[in-house]
Each structure stands twice: as C-alpha cells, then as structure tokens.
Design a protein. Structure first.
Length: 115
C-alpha cells in the first residue's frame, strides 16, 4: 500500500508502525513531505546499517548509544548527541557498538521508503 505524500501536522510514535530492516535493525518513518523526511532507526548491539548510497542528502543524529560511522573514506565513533552528514551519492553506513537509536533526516523525502 502506498502512503500519502505528506503526514499531518502531528505524528504520534505510538501510532506509527515499525519496519524490520535487517537483523537487529528496525525503522519508524515519522514526519515527511515531498522535500523532507524524518526516520527513527533502532539498532541492537552489533547490528549493521550496511554501507549504501542514495541521491538524497542525509543528516543523522545519534539519539542514544554508540556507533562506528563511515562516510566516504572516513570512519569515526559517535555517541549520543553527535551527528553525521552524508552528501548525495556518498557511501555511508554504521555499526552499533551498543544498542542505540539514530534519527535520520533526508532531503528530498525517500519516496522508496513510502512504497
């Protein structure tokens, strides 16, 4: 089922479905419109967000936990309160060093997530 192209003004987490993405990784699509999208991603310790790329710009906030993050040819360990930026088509991925939560913001919205 295809979703609408925009959420309402308020999105309640308790009323928003989670999607299993990979072993130990699940995402929850929060607010979005054509030009912007926010997604919460929860990781179990040791889970991998495989290196990938897409034409969207992405900024990711580490809400909880610690992650080894790779963007392009650089890798760093980030913890709660840190963030990273991935420009369009730049390979990026994460490994959860402990259980944690990332909040991804994309521009434009990831239409592929809504299909």
């Amino acid at each position: 089922m295809t979703r609408t192209t925009e959420t309402g003004a308020f999105v309640r987490s308790a009323e928003t479905a989670w999607q299993q993405m990979a072993p130990g990784v699940q995402r929850q699509i929060l607010g979005y419109g054509p030009d912007l999208m926010m997604v919460r991603v929860e990781f179990e310790a040791g889970a991998i967000g495989a290196v990938h790329h897409h034409p969207h710009r992405q900024v990711t906030y580490v809400a909880a936990g610690a992650f080894e993050v790779t963007v392009g040819d650089e890798s760093e360990t980030l913890g709660a309160g840190d963030c990273f930026f991935a420009r369009a088509d730049v390979p990026h991925g994460v490994r959860a060093l402990e259980a944690g939560t990332l909040v991804d913001v994309f521009t434009p919205a990831r239409a592929d997530f809504l299909a």
